[in-house]
Design a protein around this ligand. Sequence first.
Ligand code: GTP
Ligand code: MG
Length: 215
Amino acid sequence: MIKPVVWKNRNRNGLEKMAIKKADIEAVAVKPEQYPEENLLEVAFAGRSNVGKSSLLNLLTNRKKLAKISGSPGKTRTINFYRINDAFRIVDLPGYGYAKISKIESAKWGKMIETYLENRPNLVKVAQLIDIRHKPTAEDRQMYSYLQYYGLDGLVVATKADKVSRNEREKSIKQIRETLKLSLDDIVIPVSALKRTGQDELIEVLEQLTETDSE
Ligand SMILES: Nc1nc2c(ncn2[C@@H]2O[C@H](COP(=O)(O)OP(=O)(O)OP(=O)(O)O)[C@@H](O)[C@H]2O)c(=O)[nH]1
Ligand SMILES: [Mg+2]
């Protein structure tokens, strides 16, 4: 059973700092037969190509090369399952919205992502990543509506926070909230893989989401 997460009343000051002590790649999949067992809860990372999904995974796990990153979009082309602390999984998805890949390739990835999102009972949440410098695109909005439809929405990560000033950061978060029509309960966490900031808050959320009752 998943415990309800009360976003609004969380008191961060009183919580211990969480840490990811163990992280291993468990499966690389393009179809359901290749997914790992449904025995652990999963949170997936979705977002445009190059937004920083793989970098975020490395930041959270404190590993430089666990997930491969690249300056050119379209690096992650498979669904990659990472087992975290033997307690839950983070799933790194291929990015969408990369203009330079063929329509056929793009449709193939879209289908691959959809198949995963629609048929995974142990998937509890999808963190939607948005580059803090850019207003969410039509595709981002489409993706977010899709997540809403499946009840996987409510968690947005604003990446590359180091690229804007503090003042701009607040403005960008407001713009993200407005464009995606987030509710007050939805959360937006700014992170920077470069400056190594924001990861503690996100780890805390991931641990709450994937906490299981052992009673
Ligand atoms: N300045 C800055 N650059 C970042 C940050 N996170 C990622 N990048 C850079 O953005 C580029 C893309 O990062 P990836 O992590 O590969 O992005 P991705 O979303 O996994 O991309 P795909 O696998 O193509 O979908 C790389 O050049 C990273 O170094 C960040 O927090 N700050
Ligand atoms: Mg990637």
